[in-house]
Ligand binder design. Structure first.
Ligand SMILES: [Zn+2]
Length: 421
């Protein structure tokens, strides 16, 4: 089954849609940054617009109890797994206009163009605009897709609280959703058997290599620890240098070591980050008696990621011994890396080859909704070149020709998936 010439997916509708979403977000005039946090009025305006666009395209829409929008070519039928595509509509504070929105709009355009072609595919197609993917508001990412596959306990989920003390329960109510129905966002296994997500490349790789597209092989899993160095708080004037056990100085030595271990393992695509350090008591006139350090290690291979963490921890112990500091560690969070389905890697690669679009296979360093969908079905991702090389930044940018390349590959892949029984 090949893509039919009568399916016309228009990249212009995607770029116009991105422009429209940017305006709806009331983007910062100076930085051009978008701030569309989950379940805020800006987010809900974007969601309403997405739903209206889908309906204008003749799709049948559904808002699930967590606020995910599903736009179907036809109502889902039991026993006939759907083919899904999508990404998220929310953003970080002062973020870019492509992260999430690009994939949601490509999914909508691909599904809409297949629907408008009048060709009959064998399976229902569905474009999804996920809710609450960014972890910025509630500390956990990919909430909408987690609600959809049912991996989070509704009670835990609803009790999550944002920086202003607003619980997720309250945020859902504010957005016109009924928190008591959240468990019903979960879809029974078998509701769909394939998921594809287009996403802007969040690093410089495709841009540096001069390639428009990347086919994602795996999504890196993070291993996150808080580590505490315990020394002795002393008077900064009276304590002689030789008798100090400065917890912060030990932590500082360690932070630089963590960076160099990350550099050493860069060829294995492991990255190491210290995102936060707290010094106690945090006074200018007291030698810090305690320092807490937040360490995030990620890589596409779990064994390797843990091996790097073990080296980092060994370094901490060495520093602790030398400086007379006690140490404790606490694992805060771990997510296993997710491998993309080989079926999807092959499908996307073949479409790129047939369309003569240069691409490379690559892992994703950041998390995506596709990770959650991969628990229920074959899932794959397509990265689009980011001309600025940075993401979570207003400067992120995908050129119209690269968006068109991704859209054509996605549309053909979805058509193929929906055409087989
Ligand atoms: Zn994203």
């Amino acid at each position: 089954v090949g893509a039919q010439p009568s399916i016309i997916a228009r990249a212009e509708r995607v770029t116009n849609g991105l422009e429209h979403l940017w305006q709806l977000a009331g983007a910062d005039a100076r930085t051009r940054g978008v701030s569309r946090f989950a379940f805020t009025s800006q987010d809900m305006a974007a969601r309403r617009w997405f739903q209206n666009e889908a309906e204008a395209g003749g799709l049948f829409t559904e808002i699930d109890p967590f606020g995910n929008i599903l736009a179907w070519t036809e109502p889902p039928v039991d026993g006939c797994p759907a083919v899904a595509a999508g990404s998220h509509l929310d953003s970080i504070p002062n973020g870019g206009n492509y992260d999430g929105a690009l994939g949601a709009l490509c999914a909508l355009e691909a599904v809409r163009s297949i629907h408008e072609s009048g060709l009959r595919q064998r399976r229902p197609l569905v474009a999804i605009g996920f809710a609450a993917e960014e972890s910025i508001r509630y500390g956990i990412g990919c909430l909408g897709s987690a609600a959809l596959v049912g991996t989070l306990e509704p009670d835990e989920l609803l009790a999550l609280t944002d920086g202003e003390g607003i619980t997720l329960r309250q945020a859902l109510l504010g957005a016109g959703l009924l928190p008591e129905n959240v468990a019903r966002a979960r879809r029974a296994p078998g509701w769909a058997n394939a998921f594809l997500e287009v996403h802007i490349d969040q690093g410089p790789e495709l841009n540096e290599m001069g390639l428009p597209l990347g086919v994602v092989t795996a999504i890196a899993g993070p291993v996150r620890h808080w580590v505490t160095f315990l020394g002795e708080a002393m008077h900064s004037g009276a304590a002689p240098m030789r008798s100090r056990h400065d917890a912060l100085a030990g932590a500082a030595e360690w932070v630089v070591k963590i960076e160099s271990l990350g550099q050493a393992f860069a060829p294995h695509r492991v990255v190491t980050t210290v995102g936060n350090v707290e010094a106690h008591p945090g006074l200018m006139t007291v030698v810090p008696g305690k320092a807490r350090v937040a360490v995030d290690v990620r890589g596409p291979d779990r064994t390797q990621t843990w091996a790097v963490w073990d080296m980092i921890w060994t370094e901490a112990q060495e520093i602790g011994r030398r400086r007379g500091l006690a140490l404790s560690k606490q694992l805060v969070f771990e997510l296993e890396p997710v491998r993309a389905s080989t079926v999807m890697i092959d499908l996307l690669s073949n479409q790129c080859r047939e369309l003569r679009i240069p691409f490379q296979e690559m892992p994703s360093g950041s998390g995506h909704d596709a990770m959650n969908l991969a628990r229920q079905m074959d899932a794959g991702m397509l990265f689009v070149r980011n001309r600025s090389g940075v993401s979570h930044n207003p400067l992120e940018y995908s050129a119209p020709e690269d968006i068109d390349a991704a859209l054509q590959v996605l549309t053909r892949a979805l058509w193929q998936l929906a055409s087989v029984v």
